[in-house]
Design a protein around this ligand. Structure first.
Ligand code: ZN
Length: 452
């Protein structure tokens, strides 16, 4: 192993130059900019590293890059890396210090859209595999790559890809597309993601806006919507829809032990966001439990009437709200949507139109899964320390992987918490890219040695 890790050191300048090539190829899925070109570039870089690739395509989806190296020594176990080659739009351009797709290196940082999310993460994995191939001409276990091109716009087709290519993608464990490194340089080993139900509710009353003096006789759709919204949750955040929590299970003993250990700096967090108090006055372990395991009903946006400068006395014709509900394991987005619809009906809000945008189930890997210990040991050896996170508070298509491939998913990576992903001046730290590449080598090695 020592030779493989030394190989990572001696080859590091190639990692940086390949990452620069990837950053310089814009691949903005939201605008369909450079997507096919980037898929081809990823495939080219992987082939140069000794990984067999294939560009897969299903209708209406962006291409998916599949990569594979079969192990001569140990072909019975397979580790799969999930990544994405698409990036967020770079706007607002004027807030970037350099050109957004520059790949410029300054000191310990490499800048550009995608440098961290997710091209930086992807390159560490490709180079880890390349290091084994250069030293041993083989990998310790089979390696597969699934690299999609629409993660930043909601991964709408990843489940169809997984189902169609279930056999091709078959594996025993999955390393998730991203991983954070906290402000104390500890990698965060993530075991889960929350699910999501995204809906739009709207009320239309009149055919056009009216003079607000008519509010005495014409109903105001904004009030109507607010009355409906008020029935959805109480001020503590508890959702009041019947049977909403039916399937939710309490944390296991192991989860609770991990939550106790997980660091969370309440004061720093509050000052970062300029908030005085958390929802329902939560503090200590309650905050960590909520982040990992509480469903939410969040108003993402509301539009009605006049919201520009000065006063305008108007009675709006319609009102619209967008709501995201975060879901936790065992909640089915379709079932929850049906519960929401019958809640509105039962409470006399049948006039409110409701549309479902997006549904995704939550996923959580059991902390006692042997694969988790492979990752923990590798993190300890490469970073000296680590943090285990029971579940990310955000959403990703982890449930699709866990259910279709029936494999545990764990996230770990190189993205520093303040890497400004999705924002101007996104960067990746070179020291973390190198440590993470070594960490990936160690994960592959630990995993290959673990009994089937
Ligand atoms: Zn992203």
């Amino acid at each position: 192993m020592r030779r493989v890790l030394r190989q990572v050191d001696s080859d590091f300048s190639n990692l940086v130059s390949d990452l620069q090539k990837l950053i310089r190829q814009p691949s903005v899925s939201a605008k369909n900019q450079g997507i096919e070109e980037c898929a081809r570039l990823v495939s080219k870089i992987m082939r140069k590293s000794g990984i067999r690739t294939q560009i897969l395509k299903i209708s209406n989806a962006t291409p998916l890059v599949f990569g594979e190296v079969r192990s001569k020594k140990n072909p019975t176990k397979t580790l799969l890396f999930y990544n994405h080659y698409d990036v967020q739009p770079a706007e607002p351009f004027e807030l970037w210090d350099d050109e957004p797709f520059s790949g410029k290196v300054k000191g310990n940082k490499i800048f550009g859209r995608g440098s961290a999310d997710d091209k930086g993460e992807l390159i560490t994995r490709i180079k880890a595999v390349e290091s084994f191939l250069k030293v041993h001409g083989d990998v310790p276990c089979n390696i597969k790559f699934v690299i999609e091109g629409e993660e930043e716009i909601g991964s709408a087709h990843i489940e169809s890809y997984l189902k169609k290519y279930r056999k091709k993608f078959a594996c025993d464990a999955v390393i998730w597309e991203f991983g954070y490194v906290d402000s104390k340089n500890r990698p965060i080993i993530g075991l889960g993601m929350k699910g999501l139900l995204y809906v739009e509710m709207s009320v239309k009353e009149a055919v056009r806006d009216a003079h607000s003096s008519l509010a005495v006789i014409i109903k105001n759709p904004a009030w109507r919507l607010i009355e409906a919204l008020d029935t959805l949750r109480d001020p503590s955040g508890k959702i009041l829809i019947r049977n909403w929590y039916d399937e939710v299970e309490p944390f296991s003993k192991e989860d609770l032990a991990l939550l106790q250990k997980e660091p969370f700096d309440e004061r720093a967090f509050k000052s970062e966001y300029g908030v005085r108090e958390f929802v329902a006055g939560k503090r200590g372990i309650e905050v960590k439990k909520a982040l990992a395991g509480d469903p939410t009903c969040n108003i993402a946006g509301m539009i009605s009437g006049y919201t520009m400068q000065g006063a305008k006395t108007v009675l709006p014709a319609s009102a619209t709200v967008k709501i995201d509900f975060r879901l936790v394991p065992r909640m089915d987005p379709k079932k929850q949507f049906a519960r929401l619809k019958s809640h509105l009906r039962r409470n006399g809000f049948s006039d409110i139109k409701i549309k479902r945008y997006h549904g995704e189930a939550a996923s959580r890997t059991n902390p006692t899964d042997p694969f988790v210990s492979c990752v923990r040991d590798a993190a300890k050896d490469s970073f000296g320390n680590y943090v285990v996170n029971v579940s990310n508070a955000g959403t990703g298509p982890m449930h699709s992987f866990a259910s279709v491939l029936r494999a545990p998913c764990v996230s770990i990576g190189s993205t520093h918490v303040f890497s400004r992903i999705h924002s101007p001046n996104e960067y990746a730290r070179l020291d973390l890219l190198k440590k993470t590449t070594k960490c990936m080598c160690l994960i592959i090695d630990n995993f290959s040695k673990q009994a089937n």
